[in-house]
Each structure stands twice: as C-alpha cells, then as structure tokens.
Design a protein around this ligand. Structure first.
Ligand code: FES
Length: 95
C-alpha cells in the first residue's frame, strides 16, 4: 500500500514534504487590497490555494499573506497567480 510505504520512508520530521496540490498555478480573482489570506503550505486543503485546516495533525502551518499589489497603471491588483505545487521559491506566488 502506498500509505504504508510513506510510513517506511518517513525517518524524521524534516523529511516531511508538502503534497503537490496542483501541477500549475492557482489563478485567484477578486481579491481585495489589505485582505489577509491563509495560503495552504501542506497541499492537503480541498480549498486550494487556501488553508482549510486539513494541516491539523501535521507540522505544517498556513502562510499568512496580506494582499498587496498595484498594476502598472496604478489600479489595485485583484488577480494573482499563486503556487499550486507548494514548491515555489517565492511563496505564495507561482514561480
Ligand atoms: S490545509 Fe494546508 S496549511 Fe492548512
């Protein structure tokens, strides 16, 4: 069973890796500037890219992200490309 194999491979808490939720970005729209969002770091949430508390019982914690951004024309940015695989080097943004 895959689940048993995961347990065999697990040696240390540092060995834990996030699940790949999506092989690509999550495009999110209609965000409001200044709004605080909880971005899922574990990959287990059913509400990607946001945390739904599925990380409980794991050492993962959501990343607290404050929506900020301005478009070149000065308008507030409302659409973002957020990481779906959980391995971006500039989380929560897709890289
Ligand atoms: S559900 Fe993944 S960090 Fe909360």
């Amino acid at each position: 069973m895959a689940e048993d194999r995961c347990r065999e491979d697990f040696k240390d808490i540092e060995d834990l890796k996030a699940c790949v939720a999506l092989f690509g970005p999550c495009i999110v729209k209609n965000l409001k500037q200044g709004e605080t969002k909880l971005w899922c770091t574990c990959g287990l949430s059913k509400s990607q890219p946001w945390c739904d508390n599925s990380h409980k019982e794991t050492p993962f914690k959501p990343l607290v992200w404050r929506v900020t951004g301005t478009l070149k024309d000065g308008r507030a940015q409302t659409m973002y490309s957020l990481c779906g695989c959980k391995y971006s080097s500039s989380r929560p943004y897709c890289d």
